[in-house]
Ligand binder design. Sequence first.
Ligand SMILES: *Cc1c(COP(=O)(O)O)cnc(C)c1O
Length: 385
Amino acid sequence: MAIQEKLSLMIPGPTPVPEKVLQALGKHPIGHRSKDFQDLVKITTENLKWLHQTNNDVLTITGSGTAAMEAGIINSLSKGDKVICGENGKFGQRWVKVAKEFGLEVIEIGAEWGKPLNPEDFKKILEEDKQKEIKAVILTHSETSTGVINDLQMISTHIRNHKKALSIIDCVTSIGACSVPVDEWKLDIVASGSQKGYMIPPGLSFISMSEKAWQASEDSNLPKFYLNLKSYRKSLLSNSNPYTPAVNLVFALDQSLKMMREEGLENIFARHNRHKLAVSKAAKTLNLNLFADEEHLSPAVTAIATDDIDAEDFRKKIKNKFDILLAGGQDHLKGEIFRVGHLGYVNDRDIISVISAISNTLLDQKKITAQQAGEALAVASKYLK
Ligand SMILES: *Cc1c(COP(=O)(O)O)cnc(C)c1O
């Protein structure tokens, strides 16, 4: 049996939470209209802008990542609007569903799960739209279900060249894992969630809104109340919230953003990159197949195809024996792949442990030799500090 207190979350969210952040959660709540809380809103908002590399407004919403994405859609668009949705995994699929639910006309640009979206497909459709009928391009930067990172920089160039369309981007597993320079790439709406790169438990989400996005919000007629971002923007002028926020999660956010500032953006991104390389190269040494294209691996999660091994059984063995929780495949990928999360509060020890646990389990099943197990660690070590 797994030991709960020792269970290491190597899933792409919720991710491990640092002790300091846990302690911040365990305090008495304070009044959300108090000066102390306003000070916290001020500093966390400044630090969120730092993390997003932007001067745009970054709003904090009580709700999971999907709340921020839904907010992005319903605050900028109107019923019947034509939008492009990128779909190369479970999360891309979710945005197609949300867009359709709100009566938008969806043009889907798909790619096989495990492959990246092709920026040329976006370019073509956007260039052909001479009447400028496409109001937004909605896509997922890091597709957590397959471990693929999409070429957001290139796609956003094509969106900008269209002039009219807004970008609405799910950066839930890319913010805090790799660089998402919101201003440099001119991203209009960027959504993320606390239980991923932020190192906080689930419950908060964040949305960055450009001036162009705010302008679009003036014409948006989709129904909204709790998620009407204009209320959040207005309250933020006095460092406040329209409704009672998850006060203790904001204590946690304050701590985690301070830790991130101490480490520095470049160091955070380099750490995620090293861990991605260590896990993916080790997997190959163990004769495991990467599910995603090697040139497009997400910095947050590595998906591994297991061929003749039942991925669910494999995950269970690792959980029970090593107290490491890995993620399974979603939908048709259940049993076919397992996913190693290396997002947020993860260090080299976690990476060495997960590789050893995978090797050991393969060794038990006589799928690899002891020498290969050793080689996997040697390969991974090259990328560790
Ligand atoms: C986790 C995740 C979300 C958010 O899901 P919630 O359960 O609403 O927090 C959205 N997109 C991606 C790519 C994710 O990994």
